[in-house]
Design a protein around this ligand. Structure first.
Ligand code: SF4
Length: 294
C-alpha cells in the first residue's frame, strides 16, 4: 500500500490518506468529479477524499433552485394552477435552508430572488420550452417501477478501465431522444463553448449503453443569462464517436490518477478564486505561494 501526501501549506485539514482508503471512498464517478479533478486535484481531494467542509456558493444554490423551478414547470406544463414564480421563491428559500453556510459575493438572497423572477418572466424561455416535451420513461425506484416524464433522469454507465459506475442526471430527455441540459450563466454561450463541454459525450454514451442511442449524437444546451435583461439561447451540438472516446479516455485518466492518490494542486486553474473554489479561503491557491516566498 502506498502513502501519499498532497497537502498545501496552511491547510487545516492536513491529513494523509492512503491510496487504498482514497479508492475505497470512490463509489462512483461523475462528470462533476472528473471536471473537478482535471481543474484542480487538490480541490478534488478536499471535496471527495477528506470531505472538507466548505461554505456553499450562492451561485450553486441559485442554480439548483432555478433548475428545480424550470423542471417543475415542464412537469406541470399542462396544468393551469402551477405558478412558477411562486414556486421559485418557495424552492429558493427551501434550498437556502439546506446549506449550513452560504457565501454571497456580489448579491443577497433578496437580489437573487429578484434575478430569478426576471429570468423566469422571460417570454423567450417559454417559447423555447414549448418546442420540446419530455419523453415518458420507466424509472426504477426502491418502491418499484413507475412511468414518468424524463426529467432529472438518472443515467449509469460502465467505462472500461474504471472500476466504479459512472453516473449522472439528464435535466430532460426530449421525446425525440435528444438530451437537454439547462444552464444559468453570466454571459451568453457561444457554439464553441457548448462544443467544449464534456457532459454531452458522457450522456450520449450513457444513453447508448442504456439502449437509447441519441439521434445524430446531438445534445441541447438551454442557456439563460443572469443579467438585468436575461437572454435565453438554445444551442445544439453533436459529438463524433472520436470525441466521445476522447472524453471517456479523459475520465479514465482522471480515475487512474485518483486511484493512485495523485492530487496535484492547480493554482493556475480558472477555478482558483474565491468565486469558483469553495476551498479558496483555506487553501489560498497562488496567494499561498506568495506568502511562502515572503
Ligand atoms: S484554492 Fe486553487 S489550488 Fe487550492 S484547491 Fe482551490 S483551485 Fe485548487
Amino acid at each position: 500500500m502506498s502513502e501519499f501526501s498532497a497537502t498545501m501549506p496552511k491547510n487545516p485539514n492536513d491529513v494523509k490518506v492512503s491510496t487504498a482508503e482514497a479508492v475505497e471512498q470512490i463509489l462512483h464517478l461523475s462528470k462533476s468529479q472528473v471536471e473537478k479533478y482535471i481543474n484542480c486535484g487538490e480541490a478534488y481531494r478536499r471535496r471527495y477524499i477528506i470531505k472538507q467542509e466548505a461554505p456553499t456558493s450562492s451561485t450553486l444554490v441559485f442554480g439548483i433552485a432555478i433548475h428545480t423551478a424550470i423542471e417543475q414547470y415542464i412537469i406541470n406544463m399542462d396544468t393551469d394552477d402551477f405558478d412558477i414564480l411562486e414556486y421559485w421563491e418557495h424552492i429558493y428559500n427551501e434550498e437556502l435552508k439546506l446549506h449550513k453556510s452560504i457565501v454571497f459575493e456580489d448579491s443577497s438572497p433578496e437580489e437573487d430572488i429578484e434575478l430569478g423572477n426576471r429570468m423566469l418572466r422571460s417570454d423567450e424561455l417559454y417559447e423555447m420550452l414549448s418546442l420540446y416535451k419530455p419523453m415518458t420513461v420507466t424509472f426504477v425506484t426502491e418502491e418499484g417501477e413507475r412511468q414518468g416524464p424524463a426529467i432529472e433522469m438518472p443515467i449509469e454507465m460502465h467505462i472500461p478501465g474504471i472500476d466504479v459506475p459512472f453516473i449522472g442526471y439528464i435535466d430532460m430527455l426530449c421525446d425525440d431522444g435528444i438530451p437537454l441540459d439547462i444552464k444559468t450563466a453570466k454571459r451568453k454561450w457561444t457554439a464553441e463553448k457548448a462544443q467544449k463541454e464534456l457532459q454531452p459525450a458522457f450522456y450520449i454514451n450513457g444513453l447508448e449503453q442504456m439502449g437509447m442511442p441519441v439521434p445524430g449524437n446531438t445534445f441541447r444546451h438551454l442557456v439563460i443569462t443572469k443579467a438585468a435583461t436575461p437572454t435565453v439561447s438554445l444551442i445544439e451540438t453533436q459529438r463524433s464517436k472520436e470525441e466521445v472516446s476522447w472524453a471517456l479516455n479523459l475520465a479514465r485518466i482522471a480515475y487512474q490518477g485518483i486511484s493512485k492518490g495523485v492530487f496535484v494542486p492547480n493554482p493556475l486553474s480558472w477555478i482558483c478564486s474565491p468565486s469558483y473554489c469553495e476551498f479558496y479561503w483555506s487553501c489560498m491557491g497562488m496567494e499561498n505561494a506568495q506568502v511562502c516566498n515572503e
